[in-house]
Design a protein around this ligand. Structure first.
Ligand SMILES: C[S@@+](CC[C@H](N)C(=O)[O-])C[C@H]1O[C@@H](n2cnc3c(N)ncnc32)[C@H](O)[C@@H]1O
Length: 271
């Protein structure tokens, strides 16, 4: 049986749940979400006229790659994404934004060969590395070694991670009965999410229920198993992969305080 993290996003962003106006509103909302990341990356790259080769792992609908292309920050982009529905969405999104420089691969990043020293930027935003780590023993080492191998000297890895320390504490205090509700943006076809957490060693089992806007489609249920990393533990792993400690930094937000959830943080590591 496949690990739940491999199949968790199958069916997500299924084009059949969108009509033309909701597709356009959704894409515009997603591109707008990336302004903060584009501005952050411009700073990390630190060159006004930069255009580089960008690899995104777990690229989802590829919004960030398209946003980088739109801002002339991308010479060539490749997105690796396991979910075929998301890749289909990403390809339609490419037509909508007129992308010509981004390739979407429906592939497992760990199973695909990449040329050495060929990328200026490798991106793993929205907990991607934490999804990859629990799938098989030493997957996090395999992931970071592969990223290091793919980066040019001077190139950067950007990770967005969630620190589960508070969730683990709250779970202990609630005697394993922790439940959290959230509400999505008005352009999202999902209106509410209900989250349940179970702690299993270094991993957090996160069960999610999505409830659609106006209950127009059935609830969607899925599970992620996520590896817990603090900045200290990820720093150690990055050093083990070859990054120098002085080139590894923690960031609390993309552009302005509060633009990521308080438990999340960003890590930049320059090769
Ligand atoms: C939390 S989502 C983030 C999507 C996107 N980066 C974003 O910010 O919206 C994580 C994505 O990573 C994909 N993924 C997980 N493991 C992967 C792997 N080994 N190779 C490629 N994609 C992977 C999942 O299918 C999922 O769509």
């Amino acid at each position: 049986m496949k690990h739940p993290n491999i199949t968790a996003y199958e069916g997500v962003e299924n084009l059949s749940s969108f009509d033309e106006p909701t597709f356009i509103a959704y894409c515009e909302g997603k591109i707008f979400d990336c302004v903060k990341q584009v501005n952050f990356l411009r700073e990390v790259i630190n060159k006004e006229s930069y255009t580089g080769n960008v690899l995104e792992v777990g690229s989802g609908n590829s919004k960030l790659l398209y946003a980088l292309e739109r801002n002339d920050l991308l010479n060539y982009g490749v997105g690796y994404e396991l979910s075929s529905s998301r890749v289909e969405f990403a390809n339609r999104f490419a037509k909508y934004v007129g992308s010509s420089k981004v390739v979407n691969l429906c592939e497992d990043f760990l199973e695909h060969d990449t040329n050495s020293e060929s990328f200026d930027l490798v991106i793993g935003v929205d907990i991607v590395m934490q999804l990859i780590a629990p799938v098989a023993k030493d997957n996090d080492k395999k992931f970071l070694d592969k990223v290091y191998h793919s980066l040019k000297y001077g190139g950067a890895l950007i990770l967005e991670l969630m620190d589960f320390s508070d969730i683990i504490k709250m779970d202990e205090l609630s005697i394993n009965k922790l439940r959290l509700w959230k509400e999505f943006d008005s352009f999202d076809p999902w209106q509410y999410g209900l989250d349940k957490f179970t702690i299993n060693g270094d991993d957090v089992i996160w069960d999610k229920i999505f409830i659609s806007r106006d209950r127009s489609i059935d609830d969607s249920v899925f599970q992620n198993i996520l590896r817990h990393y603090t900045f200290k533990t990820i720093h150690e792993k990055l050093c083990a992969a070859g990054f120098l400690s002085v080139n590894i930094h923690q960031h609390k937000y993309w552009e302005t305080e509060g633009d990521i959830p308080k438990d999340e943080y960003i890590v930049s590591a320059v090769k």
